[in-house]
Design a protein around this ligand. Structure first.
Ligand SMILES: *[C@@H]1O[C@H](CO)[C@@H](O)[C@H](O)[C@H]1NC(C)=O
Ligand SMILES: [Cu+2]
Length: 230
């Protein structure tokens, strides 16, 4: 009896702790939920992806693929997502973009191939023997897109890697969304290195499988490629 009651209490608390990234923020506008962001499979449950080798690690799309609009934004803009109801776990925040190839649109493309380049990565602040996570409890997250990003259509992906139970393989929780962008007034940069998702991560990467509590890590290496700064 007691064990069952405690288990149910724990399960309810865990569900409440999960989150999504439902809305694009661009051109100083918070857009509608799932308007420019592909609806994710967890839009109701808020649950995470835990298998980094699954297709879900790319954009975590709802299997019914409801249609999504594409938002026009200038290169160099601040772009981001809302977090609903907040990023309630400690962990690493990263953002990627991938350019839509010839013959496809942001609305149709599946994001496959070695196409994803990283535009931001925010690990822990390590100080005085403790870790803190700048994105924890955030309700909005953003970065500035390099102004040398070439014009064209892109997928724009956010991931938050919750690390509170990451000490064994499969314990890290990935919260993911992809928005559809049309970048105008772009530059002539060559974004890279570009990686495939799934493909770029292993369940045992040091930034994915670690105990963030004891002993407190003295360094942290985020998974995936280096950030492209433009
Ligand atoms: C950004 O918003 C401003 C003000 O609403 C608008 O004039 C401008 O056209 C927008 N930029 C883009 C790229 O849509
Ligand atoms: Cu959670």
């Amino acid at each position: 009896m007691w064990a069952t009651g405690l288990f149910l209490l724990g399960a309810a608390a865990a569900v409440n702790a999960h989150y999504t990234f439902p809305a694009l923020i661009a051109n100083n506008t918070v857009t509608g939920e799932w308007e420019y962001v592909r609806m994710t499979a967890n839009h109701y449950s808020n649950g995470p992806v835990t298998d980094v080798t699954s297709q879900a690690i790319r954009c975590y799309e709802d299997p019914s693929h409801p249609s999504t609009e594409t938002f026009t934004v200038e290169a160099g803009s601040e772009i981001g997502f809302t977090a609903k109801s907040e990023i309630s776990h400690p962990g690493t925040l990263q953002m990627y973009m991938a350019k839509v190839p010839e013959g496809e649109t942001a609305a149709t493309w599946d994001g496959s191939g070695d196409v994803w380049f990283k535009i931001m990565s925010e690990g822990p602040v390590i100080s005085g023997g403790s870790l803190s996570w700048p994105s924890e409890h955030a309700t909005r997250v953003s970065t500035v897109m390099p102004d040398s990003v070439p014009s064209g259509e892109y997928l724009f992906r956010v991931e938050h890697i919750a690390l509170h139970s990451a000490s064994s393989a499969g314990g890290a929780q990935f919260y993911i969304s992809c928005a559809q962008l049309n970048v105008i007034n772009g530059g002539s940069g060559s974004p890279g290195p570009a990686v495939a998702l799934p493909g770029a991560y292993s369940p045992t990467d040091p930034g994915i499988m670690l105990n963030i509590y004891y002993p407190v890590p003295t360094s942290y290496e985020a998974p995936g490629p280096a950030v492209w700064t433009g």
